[in-house]
Write a protein that binds this ligand. Sequence first.
Ligand SMILES: Cc1cc2nc3c(=O)[nH]c(=O)nc-3n(C[C@H](O)[C@H](O)[C@H](O)COP(=O)(O)OP(=O)(O)OC[C@H]3O[C@@H](n4cnc5c(N)ncnc54)[C@H](O)[C@@H]3O)c2cc1C
Length: 156
Amino acid sequence: MPDAPEGRKHEVLQLFKDWHHPIPALIESTEQSTIMKNDARDRQPLERWGQGRVTLLGDAAHPITPNVGQGACMAIEDAACLVKSVLAAPSMAAGFGAYEAMRRRRTASVGRQSRQIGAIGQWQNRWMVSGRNFVTRLVLSRTAEMRLNAVYAYEA
Ligand SMILES: Cc1cc2nc3c(=O)[nH]c(=O)nc-3n(C[C@H](O)[C@H](O)[C@H](O)COP(=O)(O)OP(=O)(O)OC[C@H]3O[C@@H](n4cnc5c(N)ncnc54)[C@H](O)[C@@H]3O)c2cc1C
């Protein structure tokens, strides 16, 4: 996303102007050129993460937007499943295949949830934002909690 015409520092100050001390003061005292800005990106799930004795793990296999705070958790689960699969398999290649089969669906599902939540969180229309906030407060917080509990209940 391009910077606002007023500059990156002004944009950050606007976003955090109502935060508690010393957040706005810290931003104020920061040199604009040192403020780093990276877009958060994911991608459609891959069909395959590797071949033979090569496979991927973590963000390299399945980058996930940060909206559900699960990217690193998925990488740690991958590692646990990778060890389990390799130890139980007759060869490294078979273990990697079993690991991918075990992990693809879950990581794709968490990635999808994160993207959906991110899309809703970034609505700009004033009425849609009010409606979203109202409904979230009244009805959806329990539903969201249940969905996240399903994520947390996973046994690697
Ligand atoms: C704003 C934000 C908030 C987040 N919040 C959460 C959260 O609350 N909870 C959560 O679980 N996850 C969170 N994540 C996601 C999490 O940071 C990533 O999913 C996680 O770091 C992925 O780990 P990784 O080991 O797969 O990849 P990385 O952490 O990217 O590690 C890859 C490493 O490989 C190195 N590397 C790259 N190329 C080479 C090379 N050619 N040779 C040698 N080294 C190389 C890189 O320098 C890097 O150190 C967040 C991400 C963002 C951006």
